[in-house]
Design a protein around this ligand. Structure first.
Ligand code: KG4
Ligand code: ZN
Length: 353
């Protein structure tokens, strides 16, 4: 079954074609046109600029994806169409950006008369874990950490989610981005902070900066990262030479987020009977988090399956959207979404999991 995936919820225009069958997902093409360079100068995504760029990029990106997949030409529609369905992100995200992907998907679904499946962006991130691991043992616990979300989700089966905790203010990725903006070290903040953090040598520093670990001991699975950013801001304000200690600040900021994420995940693993733990979302590209989480989980439960998406599938891409679409069809879920025709596809920028 060949599926076309489209993702335009934020600042990446992404198109992918996958071939799904009983035991594996084959990625035929995976094209991402990033707008990072454009938004960098503003220190964050400007919604109107993002939507305009998606309009410009969607067709060239689509054509590249079809060429790479070598399964057909997108236009003209005179050849036999070797495509079974379209999967497109319908939310959450920036409304006008989402609409570019959705309207493109609708147009193609109408032209080719094939089904179109609306995908929740967060669900897409979760399914990044299924691209290379088709047989995942449920129940699973998913730590979803992106620019817009920080959630701990229990996943009993395909399409069955229960959110047990989430951020009360800033998402983990948002905290990285805001902290990097405060220190003026670049956008997106996660990669910038982790690069500086690597330069910090914890053993030879007398002046180690200490930041709080927000909500680390709270008896729930919620998170809060806004205060951490404020604590960093006060530390910087009282130090006129802070520029010379950027690595120190970055190390501590990153470690605070890692400590909280690990603590809460371990506690959830112990409370619920879990077979598999997965990370998902842009922040799961953080190498220190990947390393430390693996060690911590294995030392608490050596039988746990721990999965992390391939680095290129942590941040926004369309392979994860196509994969989520494939599972929706394959699992024969009686979801409304599965049978939706293009006429019923609607954007929902606040879509919940
Ligand atoms: O999943 P994503 O591409 O988009 C959203 O759905 O939000 O995540 C983007 C977020 C940004 O906040 C970015 O700073 C963060 O992921 N990120 C990282 C790393 N790479 C990207 N955070 C920490 N470490 C990284 N290496
Ligand atoms: Zn995302």
């Amino acid at each position: 079954m060949n599926i076309l995936g489209i993702e335009t919820s934020c600042d990446e225009t992404a198109v992918s074609i996958i071939k799904g069958n009983a035991d594996k997902i084959k990625v035929l093409s995976d094209i991402v046109s990033s707008q990072i360079k454009i938004h960098k100068k503003y220190g964050g995504v400007v919604p109107e600029v993002a939507a305009r760029k998606h309009v410009e990029q969607i067709l060239p990106t689509m054509i590249k994806a079809f060429k790479k997949a070598k399964i057909l030409r997108p236009l003209p529609a005179d050849k036999k169409l070797n495509l079974d369905a379209i999967a497109v992100t319908i939310g959450p995200g920036l409304i006008t950006s989402l609409m570019v992907g959705i309207e493109t998907a609708k147009t193609l679904a109408y032209t080719w008369n094939i089904p179109v499946i609306g995908i929740n962006h967060i669900e897409g991130h979760i399914y990044a874990n299924f691209i290379d691991n088709i047989k995942i043992k449920f129940p699973a616990l998913v730590l979803t950490i992106s620019g817009g979300h920080t959630m701990l989700v229990l996943m009993k089966d395909h399409g069955k989610y229960k959110t047990i905790g989430e951020t009360r203010d800033d998402a983990a990725g948002e905290a990285f981005d805001k902290a990097a903006k405060l220190m003026n070290i670049g956008y997106p903040g996660g990669p910038a902070i982790s690069t500086y953090a690597k330069k910090y040598k914890i053993t030879n520093s007398k002046n180690r900066i200490i930041l709080p670990r927000p909500m680390i001991t709270s008896k729930n699975y919620d998170f809060s990262f806004s205060g951490l950013k404020t604590a960093l801001m006060y530390e910087i304000k009282k130090n006129p030479n802070y520029k010379k200690q950027i690595a120190n600040y970055c190390y501590e900021f990153q470690q605070s987020i890692i400590d909280v994420l690990i603590q809460k995940t371990i506690r959830a693993m112990k409370e619920f009977k879990i077979n598999t733990i997965m990370l998902s979302g842009g922040v799961s590209a953080n190498m220190e988090l990947r390393k430390q989480m693996k060690i911590a989980l294995k030392s608490n439960n050596k039988n746990i399956n721990f999965l992390i998406p391939d680095l290129k599938y942590c941040t926004d891409n369309a392979v994860m959207i196509a994969t989520a679409g494939y599972y929706k069809i394959k699992s024969n879920l009686k979801t409304e979404q599965k049978t939706k025709k293009w006429q019923k596809l609607k954007v929902n920028c606040n879509l919940k999991l």
